[in-house]
Ligand binder design. Structure first.
Ligand code: ZN
Length: 275
């Protein structure tokens, strides 16, 4: 059973964060955050929209009522009590329509998926806190991947191997933001795609994948394959359901990523729940 304090409720345009995990950006925020249970946060730019206080919702932006996606976020807030009932841990998926519209607007057509063989990846409707990453940021993962990661990490530690999370769940908005900023700076879609996965096609959107590092190693570098941590993962990660998604010469044409591992068990669960 998970408490409300370690769950990120996800809707298409707004995330509902446990307030204690957020940093205040102003005195007004600080006062609201100190008393809030949850904070509604705009996914596109991270702006705090409203705080859920004991006496009701406090708007943190002008014209909150006109905020896109607010109705969906408030409905999710109302339904959030379901997540606290024991035994109810089903993870649903958010619709892909808004992502597809934004990909079209960026000039990223369906050719990318056909060329790479990669599917569009839906975001889950809630995520579990799986600890903190190397940079002390909350690490959000699909609840099954979160559990498996925590087991993997503690088992490694018993063998004197320190595994650090570099990055877990990433939203469509996060990846779209990287693209939009680079386009504004004058890079072409083709140039950006050489370095960044196309928004919507990253395994990180599912919450099932994470980038793993170890102290003293730079993040997301091929040199990770020469560490004790990597050798330990090769021997043990499979037993916890984790698979390296992009080995050398993978069929997707993605560069070798020895740091990127995905939990495979939930793929089966998601298919079953939609059958
Ligand atoms: Zn990755």
């Amino acid at each position: 059973m998970r408490g409300a304090s370690d769950i990120l409720i996800n809707t298409t345009e707004v995330e509902l964060w446990p307030a204690y995990l957020l940093r205040a950006r102003s005195n007004r925020d600080a006062r609201a955050l100190a008393r809030a249970r949850r904070v509604l946060r705009r996914k596109r730019d991270g702006r705090y929209l409203a705080a859920e206080l004991p006496e009701g919702l406090l708007a943190l932006v002008p014209r909150l009522a006109r905020e896109p996606g607010l109705d969906g976020a408030l409905a999710a807030l109302d339904a959030a009590s379901d997540h606290r009932r024991p035994g109810i841990e089903r993870v649903g998926q958010l619709p892909l329509a808004r992502l597809e519209q934004r990909l079209d607007a960026l000039g990223l057509d369906h050719g990318y998926g056909q060329r790479t063989g990669l599917p569009l990846v839906a975001e889950p409707d809630w995520l579990a806190l799986a600890g903190f990453d190397r940079y002390r940021r909350p690490l959000w993962l699909h609840v099954d991947a979160a559990r498996a990661w925590q087991h993997l990490q503690s088992e490694a530690l018993r063998d004197d191997v320190v595994l650090e999370a570099i990055s877990g769940y990433r939203s469509h908005d996060y990846q779209l933001g990287i693209f939009e900023r680079k386009l504004i700076r004058g890079q072409s879609v083709e140039e950006i795609l050489k370095v960044n996965a196309a928004p919507g096609y990253s395994e990180h959107h599912s919450g099932l994948a994470l980038d793993i590092g170890t102290p003293g190693e730079p993040p997301a570098e091929e040199s990770f394959e020469r560490t004790d941590a990597f050798a330990w993962l090769v021997d043990n990660a499979g037993g916890h359901g984790f698979v390296m998604s992009y080995p050398r010469d993978n069929p997707y044409g993605i560069v070798y990523e020895p740091w990127h591992w995905a939990w495979q068990g939930a793929t089966r669960n998601i298919c079953q729940s939609h059958a």
